[in-house]
Design a protein around this ligand. Structure first.
Ligand code: LLP
Length: 420
């Protein structure tokens, strides 16, 4: 459920008509609904209310400070993967003891910063990383709380680029060697083993991969406990999918019904790392049609947002629903067209062979389900300033990140003296 709909013929985010924002700040822009963000977080959190748990929002999905603050105020933590995300999470007011840190390439300075902050735990992805964390913690005279990220070798049945829990993925510690690694970790002087972590992929639309991965993970938890290794946290990652087009992913309540009893049995605090399911359908990218043209074989609608603003269609062939902002435009004759941006690449498209009403120059469109991995994956390619982000709450809206300027584009660049 989200708060984007037509009212009086105009597409709104909550009580704000999108053309109003477009007039004020121009296009393209990202717009997020506060009510949807909070609702999705709360629904997820409530689904697991019977078990001790912590919802650590996956910052990579949407890392704007205002968005993170909403979850912080609702009691959420953060799942981070870099020093930059640690900085953002802290700036947004997320307490360090609610932050978990994954990623295969944590650097020494990043590890040090996380230890200084006092995060809940590192989700460790290799034996070499474990040795490094032990060494950095020793230098600092502290103990580092860790979970090992185990790779359960379960197929999440999603796009190959966003599968992470298969044998041939770079993530986690192989299922077969996990126990041995845990025994090593337990002997390290500056490591405190506190948890087990797994995350098998993203945009998962079935319950079964979660169940299969969990079964394996929980066997390990039982074994570890029997060896006296005190596991207090079971972190089951994120990955729950959303509806972009016609997918029917399980509702968090269904997931809870299926995996809740297994989780409860562990006697541990369960950590969740949802990203997409919280923010995906809470955001849209709004663009304006610049030109239309009919080539030899195709019709193109050229809009002012491009692959630098929203990379998902180009990168994963993702489907993002495209809605004309004026309902009058939505009723026009339908054609099959590619919706493309101004970037000089044939890979620059937001939709391919899409049946859409005939757009005209000046028409606004909302590219839906863009709240997750939208702005966070945007770039300055073709020297395009990154789009602003707007947060709507009821009738009010706030620009929570302004449009970049040309000065931003060259900030920090210098021409060496010998070239003068
Ligand atoms: N935890 C870990 C360790 C992760 O690597 C991820 C996502 C999550 C949690 C959150 O997963 P979610 O609940 O959002 O599925 N850019 C891609 C998605 C990449 C996901 C990377 N890891 C996309 O746009 O589809």
């Amino acid at each position: 459920m989200h708060h984007f709909e037509y009212r009086n013929g105009v597409f709104h985010c909550e009580d704000v008509p999108l053309p109003k924002i477009a007039e004020e700040i121009g296009t393209p822009f990202y717009v997020y609904s506060h009510a949807t963000l909070l609702r999705h977080f709360t629904v997820f959190d409530k689904a697991f209310e019977k078990i001790p748990h912590l919802v650590c929002f996956a910052v990579k999905a949407n890392s704007n400070l205002a968005v993170l603050r909403i979850f912080a105020k609702a009691g959420g933590g953060a799942d981070i993967v870099s020093g930059g995300e640690l900085y953002r999470a802290q700036r947004a007011g997320i307490p360090a003891n609610k932050i978990v840190y994954a990623g295969v390439g944590k650097t020494r300075p990043e590890i040090r910063a996380a230890l200084e902050a006092g995060i809940l735990m590192f989700n460790v992805e290799s034996s070499q990383e474990l040795l490094t964390i032990d060494a950095v913690a020793a230098e600092m005279g502290v103990k580092a709380p860790v979970a090992l990220r185990v790779n359960p070798d379960v197929d999440p049945k999603t796009h190959p680029y966003i599968s992470t829990g298969l044998r041939n993925n770079k993530f986690g510690i192989a299922w077969q060697t996990a126990l041995e690694e845990y025994r090593n970790a337990a002997r390290m002087p500056n490591i405190e083993v506190v948890g087990v972590h797994k995350h098998i992929g993203s945009q998962i639309t079935l319950v079964s991969p979660f169940m299969d991965a969990l079964e394996r993970t929980l066997e390990l938890v039982t074994q570890l406990k029997s060896e006296g290794i005190n596991i207090r946290y079971v972190d089951i990652g994120g990955g729950l999918g959303i509806t972009y087009k016609d997918e029917a992913p399980p509702h968090p309540d269904d997931l809870a019904k299926n995996i809740g009893p297994m989780l409860e049995q562990t006697g541990c605090t369960i950590v969740f790392e949802p990203g997409r399911v919280i923010v995906g359908n809470a955001g849209a990218l709004v663009a304006r049609t610049l030109y239309t043209k009919s080539g030899a074989e195709k019709t193109f609608f050229i809009v002012d947002a491009a692959m630098n603003d929203l990379a998902r269609p180009s990168l994963y062939g993702s489907y993002q629903n495209i809605v004309p902002v004026e309902e009058e435009a939505a009723r026009r004759h339908k054609v099959s067209a590619d919706v493309v941006g101004p970037i000089c690449e044939s890979g620059d498209f937001l939709a391919k062979d899409r049946v859409l009403p005939e757009l005209r120059p000046g028409d606004l469109v909302a590219v839906m389900s863009a709240g997750a991995y939208g702005f966070t994956m945007s770039s300055n390619y073709n020297s395009r300033p990154r789009a602003p982000e707007v947060l709507v709450s009821g009738v009010r809206y706030d620009v929570i990140r302004p449009r970049e300027t040309f000065e931003h584009l060259v900030a920090g660049e210098t021409i060496p003296a010998y070239l003068e």
